[in-house]
Design a protein around this ligand. Structure first.
Ligand SMILES: O=C1O[C@H](COP(=O)(O)O)[C@@H](O)[C@H](O)[C@H]1O
Length: 224
C-alpha cells in the first residue's frame, strides 16, 4: 500500500489539499487543464476547507467532476455537489462552466448516468475518494450491482440505504492517472487492516494503486 499517515484528520486534509494544489499546477502546466473528480464524506469535507485557503491553485484550468452522488437535487443537505459547493466551489474562482455535477434528482437515474458518462473527459487526472466503514468507496457498496457494471458511470440501487446512487464504475476510477483515498478516524481502522492484509471482500480493495491519505487513528491497526 502506498500510504501517507498524518497525526490528525486536519493534518491529513491539509496534506491532501496541498497535493491537490501541486497536482493542479503540474497538470495545467503540462496539459492546460486539471480534470479532477471530487467525492462526499467527512474527510473530503475537511480537505475542501483547507483547499479554499491555499494560494496559487490555477483555478481557471481546473475542471470539476464527481465520483458519486446521492439521488437528490443540488440543494439537498445530502448532496455531494452541495457539500463541495458550500465548502470549496463557492469560495474559489473556478469557472462555472467547468463544474460538472451529477444530476441526482433525475429519474430514471440511469438517464443521468448515461448523460454524465458522455460529458466526462477522455481521462481524469485525479479521482478523490473516501471510504465508508463498510468498505464502500464512491457509491460502490458491498453486494450491489454496480460492482460489476461496465461503462463509466452507473445508477446503483443500495438496498441497505433503500435508495439509488450515481457512481463512477471501477473502470472509470481505475483509468484515471491517480486515485487518492482520504480516510480518517478509528472507525475505519479494522477495514483498513483487512484491506491491507488482502482479507474480506471490500469494494475499496478493487481500487488500483491508490495513494492513501490516513490519520494515525485510521492507520492504527496497519502494524507499520
Ligand atoms: O456515502 C458516501 O460515503 C463515502 C465515505 O464517507 P465518509 O463520511 O465515511 O468519509 C464517500 O466517499 C462518498 O462520496 C459518499 O457518497
Amino acid at each position: 500500500m502506498n500510504v501517507c499517515v498524518f497525526p490528525t484528520p486536519e493534518d491529513t486534509a491539509r496534506a491532501a489539499a496541498k497535493a491537490f494544489a501541486r497536482a493542479a499546477g503540474v497538470a495545467v502546466a503540462a496539459r492546460g487543464a486539471f480534470h479532477v473528480a471530487l467525492s462526499g464524506g467527512s474527510t473530503p469535507r475537511m480537505m475542501y476547507r483547507e483547499l479554499r485557503t491555499l494560494p496559487d491553485v490555477p483555478w481557471e484550468g481546473v475542471h470539476i467532476y464527481f465520483s458519486d452522488e446521492r439521488s437528490v437535487g443540488p440543494d439537498s443537505p445530502e448532496s455531494n455537489y452541495r457539500l463541495a459547493h458550500d465548502e470549496l466551489l463557492a469560495h474559489v474562482p473556478v469557472p462555472e462552466r467547468q463544474i460538472h455535477r451529477m444530476e441526482g434528482e433525475r429519474r430514471p437515474l440511469e438517464d443521468a448516468a448515461r448523460d454524465y458518462a458522455a460529458l466526462l473527459p477522455e481521462r481524469l487526472d485525479v479521482v478523490l475518494l473516501g471510504m465508508g466503514d463498510d468498505g464502500h468507496t464512491a457509491s460502490l457498496f458491498p453486494g450491489t450491482a454496480a460492482l460489476t457494471a461496465g461503462g463509466r458511470v452507473a445508477a446503483n440501487w443500495v438496498p441497505k440505504l433503500g435508495t439509488g446512487r450515481l457512481t463512477f464504475t471501477f473502470d472509470e476510477i481505475n483509468a484515471a492517472r491517480e486515485r487518492w483515498l482520504l480516510v480518517t478516524g478509528a472507525g475505519k481502522a479494522d477495514v483498513l487492516r483487512e484491506v491491507a492484509a488482502g482479507e474480506g471482500d471490500y469494494p475499496v480493495a478493487r481500487i488500483r494503486d491508490p495513494l492513501w491519505y490516513l490519520d494515525e487513528a485510521a492507520a492504527g491497526k496497519l502494524g507499520r
